[in-house]
Design a protein around this ligand. Structure first.
Ligand code: GLN
Length: 486
């Protein structure tokens, strides 16, 4: 919709909207009406949105129009809508994390990212569907209904941020926010043929993001182009004293001063060959088409095949770490402090009833796994050991980044699977996270960009060291220019 109406060209989507707004060829209310119209038309088929407060959206668009008319636009993006995942709090709006336990919960405050978007005049729209509490890779764990892949409705959209990815892929919105704990932005971006960024841990505030696994969670953007992901990243990132894991400005400056700065043509790239062993032929073909292009036309003699031994263990380490943290984080949903209360004849049965009725199967499985891994007799064997291997994975990446500027690999070992195909086999779903969990455990940024695809979308993943987002964007734009249709 945006493309046709507003002269969309594939390198400058938000820029186009902003240009037409500044020329008064459109205005925020017109954009919002079209956005809501497209959502009304397409959402019944895809179920990307759980909820949209249309009146509020129109009111926000009217306010933006007023600012623009008075020459007081808050930024060039004033009036542009952006989709929001259901685990990012927005004051007064429902925030259910696609869970029954939070049914009807309204947030008393704004997440920092929402504040930042609003300070730039952007309009957060709706609540996008997700796996319950962001646990999953297909959005089928939502308590509210399944989302369908934006390219082929028979297929899973990926997850857990499937709603945000599909909203962008189907043109309901130009951009959306998701969260990524072990791949939940990159994998749905890959499955829907859009761009997604998991930023450096600590670069985007987690204040107001409902915690799944606090040492891994990061909020990040989805868009149709790298340029638009970059624009949103620049708006939402920055130090926030309300998030204790937010990277302090002095530390950020120090980390950035160590970054090599040169054109992307001079980058040195590593490809971890051993991690690609179980990648499907279809994904391999697409990935190596990208590698061959880079090697032949851009980065001659600058791409090496390497081994990443510690990273082979990233999936088990991730699943022990993430479930352990989740079991602690989700303890607050007990029907007293948070969560829908189901009464019982004692305090314990009240807890039991609330949690039994409130949580879905996957969330319960993870709470059990995490509680087990943290229990006193098993702590050293599971959680303790996982943390040691996590440190090894981190060191392995740091060692690589001494010599290389980026690590390149596919996002997922296979193309999207059919809806229902994996939902009864959680372990096979977990194993498919093999290529995304490493960057999460190391805390480094990773960008998913569409690669060439014959049938279903395939994403190429570019990982870099802390705060190397700009290099990832630069390389991502080269890949996008060559392989994106449009
Ligand atoms: N698929 C992974 C999981 O199920 C990642 C989820 C996420 O990043 N939120 O835990």
């Amino acid at each position: 919709m945006y493309g046709i109406e507003f002269g969309f060209c594939h390198m400058a989507f938000l820029n186009d909207l902003s240009y037409h707004l500044s020329k008064k060829e459109t205005d925020p209310v017109q954009i919002m009406e079209k956005t809501l119209g497209t959502i009304r038309e397409k959402n019944p088929d895809y179920y990307a949105f759980i909820h949209v407060d249309e009146d509020l959206m129109i009111q926000k668009a009217l306010e933006s129009r007023k600012r623009r008319e008075a020459g007081k636009a808050l930024s060039e993006w004033d009036g542009i809508p952006i989709g929001i995942k259901d685990n990012i709090l927005r004051k007064g709006e429902v925030a259910e994390c696609a869970s029954r336990i939070l049914a009807g919960f309204r947030s008393p405050y704004n997440a920092t990212v929402i504040e930042k978007l609003e300070q730039s005049g952007m309009i957060p729209v709706g609540r996008t569907n997700m796996d319950e509490f962001a646990m999953g890779s297909s959005t089928e764990n939502s308590a509210l209904g399944i989302t369908r892949n934006g390219v082929d409705k028979e297929y899973a959209p990926g997850g857990s941020s499937g709603g945000s990815a599909v909203a962008v892929a189907t043109g309901m919105l130009p951009v959306a926010l998701g969260s990524d704990t072990g791949g939940s932005i990159r994998q749905p971006a890959s499955f829907n043929g859009v761009v997604g960024l998991k930023p450096t841990y600590g670069s985007v505030s987690r204040y107001g993001l409902v915690a799944f696994a606090s040492s891994l969670d990061q909020i990040g953007p989805f868009a149709k182009t790298v340029e638009d992901v970059q624009i949103i990243y620049n708006i939402i990132s920055g130090y926030d004293p309300r998030d204790t894991t937010s990277v302090q400005p002095e530390l950020k400056v120090k980390m950035e001063s160590g970054l090599r700065k040169f054109p992307p043509e001079n980058m040195k790239i590593a490809i971890p060959e051993n991690l690609l062993e179980n990648v499907s032929p279809e994904v391999k073909k697409s990935f190596f088409q990208v590698v061959d292009f880079l090697e032949e036309e851009i980065l001659e003699n600058k791409i090496d095949r390497i081994r990443m031994n510690a990273s082979e263990l990233s999936t088990p380490v991730y699943y022990i770490t993430a479930t352990s943290e989740a079991s602690a984080n989700l303890a607050r949903f007990d029907g007293i402090r948070y969560g829908k209360r189901e009464n019982g004849d004692s305090l314990v049965s009240l807890y039991e009833n609330s949690r039994t009725k409130g949580f879905g199967k996957e969330v319960k499985r993870r709470i059990l796994l995490g509680t087990y891994a943290l229990s006193s007799g098993y702590y050293d064997a599971y959680y303790g050991k996982a943390q040691k291997v996590r440190a090894m994975i981190h060191r392995e990446y740091m060692e690589i980044f001494r010599k290389y500027d980026a690590v390149l690999m596919p996002v997922a070992p296979d193309v999207p699977f059919k809806l229902g195909e994996k939902i009864h086999d959680p372990v096979s779903m977990y194993l498919a996270d093999v290529l995304t969990t490493g960057a999460s455990l190391a805390g480094i940024p990773a960008l998913s960009v569409p690669g060439p695809a014959e049938r279903l979308p395939i994403g190429v993943q570019i990982q870099g060291t802390f705060f190397a987002e700009d290099s990832l964007f630069a390389l991502g734009k080269i890949i996008e220019k060559k392989f994106s249709a449009g």
